[in-house]
Design a protein around this ligand. Structure first.
Ligand SMILES: [Zn+2]
Length: 174
């Protein structure tokens, strides 16, 4: 059974209307937010949502990394994870299972979570390549098989009732 991808649930929501954290939120530069931002303290465990295989780890955004994992029916980009704190043994080709710690929340104090159906191939993000098959509208700047992770996150949140999970109160951070 799938699990929520951060080990502590924040009271700061990721649904439409919650700041700029929701899927589809407009950005000042005209881009559209291609994932959900799950706020958490730096160092919070990032968990594999399901069984899967790590495809790659790479630079992502403002001093953070991304970990891209192929799960059964999806590809997930775990974005804005810590660059300086890595999980031993997690590398390209690593096999993961639901709830495995695969990374830590990075300096931007959130997990940026993107999902793809896996029906396309090639890079997940392309900004200026005219041969690239973009999702519609194009200013998501993402591959054509991008999907909204919100309903999946909701389901996993409901199922992930581990006794040691708490609402992470983050007023001191935000
Ligand atoms: Zn984001």
């Amino acid at each position: 059974m799938s699990v929520f991808p951060v080990a502590r649930i924040s009271k700061w929501g990721y649904h439409k209307g919650n700041g700029t954290r929701w899927f589809g939120a407009p950005r000042d530069d005209g881009r559209i937010h291609a994932g959900c931002d799950l706020l958490a303290r730096p160092g919070t465990k990032v968990l594999a949502i399901d069984h899967g295989t790590v495809q790659y780890r790479a630079d992502f955004y403002l001093g953070t990394d991304q970990l891209v994992v192929k799960h059964g029916n999806f590809i997930v980009r775990y974005g804005e994870v810590a660059k300086d704190k890595k999980v031993k043994g997690i590398k390209n080709g690593s096999v993961v299972k639901p709830g495995d710690v695969i990374a830590y929340v990075g300096r931007l104090k959130m997990l940026h979570f993107e999902m793809y159906q896996g029906t396309e191939t090639g890079y997940l993000t392309r900004r200026k390549n005219k041969d690239y098959k973009f999702v519609d509208p194009k200013n998501y700047q993402r591959r054509a098989d991008l999907i909204d992770p919100t309903p999946y996150l909701d389901a996993w949140k409901a199922w992930s009732q581990f006794s040691d999970w708490i609402d992470d109160v983050m007023d001191d951070y935000f």
